[in-house]
Design a binder for this molecule. Structure first.
Ligand SMILES: Cc1cc2nc3c(=O)[nH]c(=O)nc-3n(C[C@H](O)[C@H](O)[C@H](O)COP(=O)(O)OP(=O)(O)OC[C@H]3O[C@@H](n4cnc5c(N)ncnc54)[C@H](O)[C@@H]3O)c2cc1C
Length: 483
């Protein structure tokens, strides 16, 4: 599958039924005309996400505009045994929204209402097609704060964030998406409606189905809305840039940096090659050029004095750990300019070359070993690698670049390098994905990461939620097929 060309279809014989004229007319009975997309040109737009160069054409795309319509679509798909791939904005990086078996892509783009921002309970209830930044802005207008901040937040949707348990720089302080979810509205594979949790900040009644659905990558249910926990805004912020003359030294400094102050919101690492990749497409401030690696840090406090105190304590530790001169940015515009470079790395790498992103995560104290493993693995397989990411969470995106390698050489080297890297990551107690999910592309690592018993339990859960296996086939579980 990896390295598939533009019109690639799965070679695996499909156990599912096709979208026949009969299925189409049933869909048209329950949806508006404009909610059923059949033209090839329209379907092509839903054939890919941001994962490598993979492409699978759906037979039909539906864009329901209410939970009731989602229920109707799933009821039909369940009866007709047609596979359904839920989709948000298609920014996923593990192939989760790819319709590998054709069938129906269920795009949540029209489920885009913020139903309520409740200041008293400090919660928002929003549909899943809402773009993450739109929710963040809407609650900010009420003086509140929704912390999850994936670098794709200007385009990705709450549904994709929930399904992947997306995280971002500020997850260091606030945790990933799952830490902000109190309840869900979801449609099961047979079209029935499930409500989990609610607005209570504490609730231990029975098994926690809310948290089971978060991170389930569209394989257990289609989430249609969520009750999200809000916070007071973090106050004034200050950003620090710490340049290092080696990537190892920057990685080794992270565990000490994270111990200094509870006011630290984010601790990100970007190596030189990543900064230079951004510089190929957009001007990069001078202070970011030249260092082998940079730690980007963000602090927050309501009290300016406390902010500067935390900054000088951090600076002292950074210098002790080998940083060059630490630069501070206090003005909002200056901070935005610096963080914009960090935010743009992913897109810049994508524009530079086909690449494989390994979403490697290790206990924070093993970060230097991860960096070493990335460099040595790339050298063994004669590939260019660059690292950047959420260092404070022990999560680095190790990007292996294809450059001008031919198809076969690239596939072979990339697969061998990925094997070696993850072998080393697992050996130090790490995991094969910190935030991008198992999806389609990382399935072969699931059992090695979780163990056979855990995977067996996951299969059992899949059978309970989706007895016919129509929801998002080929994702998460290795060799899952329809029943
Ligand atoms: C430039 C760039 C930067 C990124 N930065 C980050 C980052 O900092 N942190 C991070 O965590 N990720 C990051 N990502 C990855 C991606 O943006 C996230 O995984 C995001 O959460 C995906 O949201 P989406 O709306 O695009 O979902 P999609 O890609 O459309 O779907 C992702 C998965 O969610 C499922 N899904 C979507 N909606 C639903 C639903 N309503 N119910 C059930 N399942 C559903 C899909 O089936 C699929 O499995 C980045 C991606 C890019 C391209």
């Amino acid at each position: 599958v990896v390295g598939a060309g533009p019109d690639y279809h799965s070679p695996v014989p499909s156990p599912y039924r096709p979208v026949t004229d009969g299925v189409l007319s049933r869909l048209r009975e329950v949806l508006l005309d404009e909610e059923v997309l059949r033209d090839e040109e329209q379907r092509q737009a839903y054939a890919r996400d941001e994962t490598e160069d993979l492409r699978f054409l759906p037979e039909v795309v539906v864009t329901p505009s209410s939970t009731a319509e989602v229920q109707e679509v799933l009821r039909i798909a369940h009866e007709e045994r047609v596979p359904v791939t839920p989709r948000g904005a298609g920014t996923g990086l593990s192939g989760g929204a790819l319709p590998t078996r054709g069938g129906i892509v269920l795009s949540c783009e029209r489920l885009n209402t913020i139903r309520e921002v409740d200041e008293r309970d400090m919660v928002a209830e929003a549909e899943v097609g809402v773009v993450t930044d739109d929710l963040r802005r809407a609650v900010a207008e009420r003086g509140l704060f929704y912390p999850p901040d994936p670098s794709s937040s200007d385009v990705c949707t709450l549904g994709g964030n929930l399904a992947e348990d997306a995280a971002g720089p500020r997850s260091l302080r606030y945790g990933s998406t799952r830490h902000h979810v109190l309840g869900l509205e979801a449609v099961l594979a047979d079209g029935s409606l499930l409500r989990t949790g609610g607005r209570n900040r504490k609730d231990v009644a029975g098994y926690d189905l809310t948290q089971l659905l978060v991170g389930s990558e569209g394989t257990l249910a289609v989430i249609t809305a969520a009750v999200l926990r809000l916070q007071p805004a973090p106050g004034e912020t200050l950003s620090l840039l710490a340049p290092f003359d080696s990537l190892d030294a920057a990685a080794a400094a992270v565990e000490a940096v994270c111990r200094v102050t509870p006011r630290l919101l984010a601790c990100e690492l970007v190596e030189r090659e990543a900064v230079e990749t951004v510089a190929r497409v957009t001007p990069v401030p001078d202070e970011l050029r030249g260092a082998e690696a940079i730690l980007f840090l963000e602090l927050a406090s309501e009290d300016e004095g406390a902010l500067f105190e935390a900054a000088s304590a951090l600076e002292a530790v950074l210098r002790e750990r080998g940083s060059g001169e630490v630069k501070a940015a206090r003005q909002a515009a200056d901070q935005r300019r610096l963080w914009e470079v960090r935010r743009r790395v992913g897109a810049a790498v994508k524009g530079r070359s086909v690449y494989k992103e390994c979403d490697a995560t290790v206990p924070r104290s093993r970060l230097a070993e991860l960096v070493r493993a990335a460099r040595e693995t790339a050298a063994h397989h004669d590939l260019l690698a660059l690292c950047y990411g959420h260092a404070g969470d022990g999560n680095l995106h190790v990007n292996l670049l294809r450059g001008d390698l031919d198809d076969e050489t690239w596939s072979d080297r990339m697969a061998a390098a990925e094997e070696e890297l993850f072998e080393r990551v697992l050996a130090v107690g790490g995991t094969v994905t910190g935030e991008h999910g198992i999806g389609l592309t990382q399935r072969r690592f699931l059992e090695r990461t979780r163990g056979p018993r855990a995977v067996e339990i996951m299969r059992g859960l899949k059978g309970v939620f989706d007895p016919r296996g129509i929801l998002n086939p080929d994702k998460v579980l290795p060799d899952e097929v329809a029943r």
